[in-house]
Design a protein around this ligand. Structure first.
Ligand code: DX5
Ligand code: ZN
Length: 208
């Protein structure tokens, strides 16, 4: 299982990114919030882009924003493997997903805990990843929602049924206990569990 590390709850982002760079973590998960789709707001791109100074890991960008078209060209400039947008936004999702792929970046769709899996169906041909939110998006350090295990299973079944070759990722409240409910995932994303520790590598290893 691959592990992606979120630095959303980090107190010292440059130092933590450098520490993560020295682990075998697979991706850095970049949470982007616009203060509209979720009430919190992350730093502007002109600051966020400095990530490259501290890590050479590939990035997975999670856009918790209402209008991804503004952010996609910006984050496409970085060392980005995935850009993930939310299925709940009122935008032409197909167009946004195609826009991501036009930058030769893998396109992902994130789904909130209360959104039915069936909402993903129209977009399956345009996605490389599904991010199952196991907390309400908006902040780090929340508790894993137990029903997410079933949601992950439903998403896996849907991909099989439609013969779609996309990976499944989970995000929110993932630690060494809750990861046991995420065994069907290809990637697990974890924030505070990793960055609250002294030993990042030990935490990453415990999730694999
Ligand atoms: C929640 C974010 C998550 C979060 C994960 O809105 O999308 O990526 O930072 O952090 P933990 O693992 O602390 O829930
Ligand atoms: Zn996230």
């Amino acid at each position: 299982m691959k592990v992606s590390a979120s630095f959303l709850s980090s107190k010292n982002i440059p130092a933590d990114l450098q520490k993560l760079d020295h682990t075998d973590v697979d991706y850095i998960h970049v949470d982007v919030m616009d203060g509209k789709f979720v009430s919190n707001k992350t730093m502007p791109f002109k600051e966020m882009k400095n990530i490259y100074k501290y890590t050479s890991k590939r990035l997975e960008v999670h856009l918790m924003v209402e209008n991804p078209k503004v952010y996609i060209p910006l984050y496409a400039e970085l060392n980005t493997e995935y850009i993930i947008i939310h299925v709940e936004i009122e935008q032409d999702l197909e167009e946004c997903l195609k826009m991501i792929r036009n930058y030769s970046i893998k396109a992902g769709l994130a789904i909130k805990p209360n959104t039915p899996v069936s909402c993903l169906v129209p977009y399956l041909p345009f996605i490389d990843s599904i991010l199952v939110m196991s907390v309400e998006p908006g902040k780090g350090g929340q508790e894993f929602i137990e029903e997410s295990e079933e949601k992950i299973h439903e998403v896996k079944k849907l991909l099989e049924e439609y013969k779609i070759n996309a990976i499944v990722n989970v995000d929110g409240g993932v630690n060494d206990k809750t990861v046991k409910k995420c065994r069907e995932c290809d990637i697990v994303t974890s924030g505070s569990y990793i960055t609250s520790s002294e030993d990042f590598q030990e935490r990453v290893t415990s999730l694999r």
